[in-house]
Ligand binder design. Structure first.
Ligand code: G4P
Length: 522
């Protein structure tokens, strides 16, 4: 059991759209032997959308809406990659996926540097102390100076970095990467594209000069001296404690610097870590099975209208058909066809270990954050909801289908597609999302899965924030003053709908005892 836990590496690759996440994932799968040809992951994406109804939206827009899991064995390790949606409107999905990983690889576009989405995702990693490795991609393009990029990552992502590889030139002059971690020189052969030529040379040897020329060899030596002078020596514990992010350079498209990343990753990345529950900390090596649902995906297979709930195993061994307790509703559940996911197929499994992600068929019994145990009353802590950025009133467009609409909205909210608030002034339902696309997905799915029609009424709001205070009187006064802008979330908590940043700031000045929270857990 301990061996199984120790060999697992469960992580997510995150990036701003277009930085190269899909390409890198695909190359990792190549190394894992899961696919034989490059391009398979993308074609898989298209196939999926063609056979799945509601993902028509995805197809039309050429984006990946869903999150899936890919597993493969590499050396003695079992690698579980959690894929995240490639579109920023689905950032909330990615946030939740980050609750189920033990570490993260961040892909940064070498020409563009740190972009908005990366910054946001890093905030979530920081909240959870998730160890991160940075992969600076597209070094085969003219990009920025590597030192500048490192500075930008430190200041923008607020984490100390330590380069473990170093590029020798870039763009068309890109010669290769010096692997600082292994002290090896990896030369890039543009004509071969997929082959990485590894040459083991000592940094001070003449051989280095003959391989890359005297000028570049000297520059590399100076750069490496500078790196040793500026950055602290790499210490795995600093990385594991999320104090320092090792950085690799490469080009995913050209399969360059990818194996270096993977080799170092499996060696240093954490195996499943203890998980915090409200009651106690749960250790992976505990005998009894526990797990939680972090993601629910609808209708991957259009022939079966049921959903798949993704469960992360936190401790013990999961066994097919064994009775488990669904803690929220107290019921005993058994799973006869739990699945695991390979790059292009899924298969039924008999057992799973901490760190593994299993797919459980679901007919609306699960909500995001649900805990499964062998009987213990345990509640894993989820990721808080973030204040949505876009809001619309949801209107029933077919009065004969009110029931269907309510059911559909309820289930979609359970899946975590968006957040629902009820305006306390007019009693209207209001849906908050992080992007416009989610409104379209909701409308489409309500129609296709619940036979209910909805209409959206735009609403200009700046933010929804959760409010609380020790001073009950002042809270009441605030709610009275802002009665038109007060709402409740699904748990019945007070939410203030601020229509501008100014209004929010004034409220903060006028009501000093009130705390305004931008996440739902405080
Ligand atoms: P994403 O999942 O992060 O959104 O990015 P994705 O891998 O889809 O990559 C975005 C684009 O960047 C793709 O080009 C991809 O080929 C390109 N790319 C990825 N890695 C590298 C690299 O190392 N060097 C260079 N030069 N380009 C890279 P596209 O034109 O949008 O798609 P495609 O038609 O090539 O598939």
């Amino acid at each position: 059991m301990l061996d199984e836990i120790k060999r697992r590496r469960t992580f997510a690759i995150i990036s701003h759209p277009d930085a190269g996440k899909t390409t890198l994932t695909e190359k990792l799968l190549l190394f894992g032997g899961q696919i034989q040809v490059a391009g398979a992951v993308k074609s898989n994406k298209i196939k999926k959308t063609a056979t799945s109804d509601w993902m028509e939206i995805e197809k039309q827009r050429g984006i990946s809406v869903t999150t899936s899991v890919m597993e493969f064995d590499y050396k003695q390790y079992k690698v579980n990659i959690l894929d995240t949606p490639g579109h920023q409107d689905f950032a909330e999905d990615t946030f939740r996926t980050l609750t189920a990983v033990d570490s993260v690889i961040i892909v940064v576009d070498g020409a563009k540097g740190v972009e908005a989405q990366t910054r946001k995702l890093m905030e979530v990693c920081r909240m959870r102390n998730t160890p991160v490795i940075v992969y600076i991609n597209k070094m085969d393009r003219e990009g920025r100076d590597p030192f500048d990029l490192l500075d930008e990552i430190e200041s923008e992502l607020q984490i100390k970095v330590r380069p473990l590889s170093w590029p020798i030139e870039q763009g068309i002059r890109f010669k290769g990467v010096y692997n600082i971690y292994e002290e090896k020189l990896n030369l890039y052969q543009p004509s071969k594209q997929v082959v990485t030529e590894k040459v083991q040379v000592d940094i001070n040897s003449k051989e280095l000069d003959s391989n890359i020329g005297e000028a570049l060899a000297n520059k590399l030596r100076t750069d490496l001296e500078l790196i040793d002078g500026v950055y602290t020596k790499f210490d795995v514990d600093d990385y594991l404690n999320a104090n320092i992010a090792p950085v690799f350079f490469g080009s995913a498209l050209n399969n360059f610097g990818v194996q270096e990343l993977l080799d170092c990753f499996v060696e240093i990345a954490p195996s499943p870590r203890p998980v915090e529950a409200e009651e106690r900390e749960v250790k992976p090596e505990e005998e009894k099975f526990t797990g939680f649902i972090f993601k629910i995906t609808a209708n991957i297979d259009p022939n079966h209208r049921s959903c798949v709930a993704f469960c992360k195993v936190c401790s013990g061994k999961f066994v097919r058909n064994a009775p488990y307790k669904h803690v929220r509703n107290g019921k005993t559940v058994r799973f006869s066809s739990p699945t695991q996911f390979m790059a292009q197929k899924k298969s039924t499994i008999e057992e799973a270990y901490p760190g593994d992600i299993i797919g459980l068929p679901d007919n609306g019994t699960f909500k995001i954050g649900d805990t499964l145990t062998e009987g213990e009353e345990l509640h894993f802590k989820g990721l808080p909801s973030f204040s949505p950025e876009m809001f619309k009133y949801i209107e029933n467009a077919d009065p004969m289908k009110t029931k269907q609409l309510n059911k559909g909205v309820d289930q979609l909210m359970d899946e975590g597609v968006a957040q629902l608030f009820i305006n306390q002034f007019n009693g209207r339902k209001l849906i908050g999302t992080v992007g416009q696309l989610q409104f379209e997905v909701i409308q489409y799915r309500l129609l296709n899965e619940y036979n209910a029609a909805c209409r959206w009424e735009p609403l200009s709001l700046y933010k929804a924030c959760w409010v609380e205070s020790d001073n009950a009187e002042e809270l009441e006064a605030f709610k009275k003053r802002k009665y038109q802008f007060m709402a409740k979330d699904r748990e019945g908590r007070d939410v203030f709908l601020a229509d501008s940043n100014y209004v929010l700031q004034m409220a903060q000045i006028d009501f000093k005892s009130i705390k305004f929270h931008f996440t739902s857990e405080f």
